[in-house]
Ligand binder design. Sequence first.
Ligand code: XMP
Length: 314
Amino acid sequence: MSGFDPKRFIEDKVEWLRREIGGETAVVAVSGGVDSSVTAALGLRAIGERLRPVFLEDGFMRLGEAERVRKALGRVGLKVRVYDVQEEFINALTGIKDAERKRKAFRETFYRVFSRIASELGARIVLQGTIAADIVETKGGVKTQHNVLEQIGINPMERYGFRVLEPLKELYKNQVRLVAEALGLPGEIVHRRPFPGPGLSIRILGEITREKLSIIKRATAVVDEELSDVKCFQAFPVLLEGRATGLAEDGSRKYGYIIALRVVASEDAMTANYVRLEWGRLEKVRDRLISAIPEVSRVLYDITDKPPATIEFE
Ligand code: XMP
């Protein structure tokens, strides 16, 4: 979309949302990412307080995320209500090994929980921040994105009791960021690195367990802290399947978990290049991961581009 004009886009979509929603109440699930934040901000402009923004603490979000998101969006007038639904999600995903089964189980749980919340709030319309890349990848059979329904033949009204409006579905990430800027969203949201809908569930390779979830949460906090200033599209750890032998601090044998670090540059997530981080940076992350998380015995760096790899591992 060359010559993309974010201001014009905002005017058009606000008007479209107003028309589509009419006098009804709508709900939007925000994650703190730029796509859902822009969607919520457009909805707020269109219908004001009849938009109900919610944050689902699904157990696979980053540590401290609910509070961070509530505060950041509160600054632009979005009153986000947090729902703690982690037990339901963790129970639904624990024990699943296969990547696509995980994604589908996540999607099913997400919409089941979300439709319950929407009906509690008296909303039959859902605003969703699906973007073009989500649809392309799901339709292409690469990955089932958690937020793609109608495009693959699922009727949300029949299955979950609500209608879905997707104001961003023609845009790519870089365009969404232009819209975010034009809407005056806080810089931390405009430039926020993408985080997948199924969250940390797809960054635990193989079977999900509560122990692994606790490890990937701590590892993600370390990487976010250490690499927040790196110019890149995404920087995150992944917990690999299997274990490796190592040495504990006292010299005894340690059979620990293996973490892979992935740092990529990209414009629109359709292709990506690994970032050549300096060795000193890598060593610092490695040291912090190993000392902060005693269950970890090795740290690897991923040097694969997309293609042939994808950005996430699952
Ligand atoms: P892949 O791994 O397909 O990821 O190269 C491309 C971009 O999409 C993000 N991603 C997701 N985002 N729901 C989302 O909202 C998902 O199910 C999902 N899976 C991957 C990924 O982090 C990257 O930015």
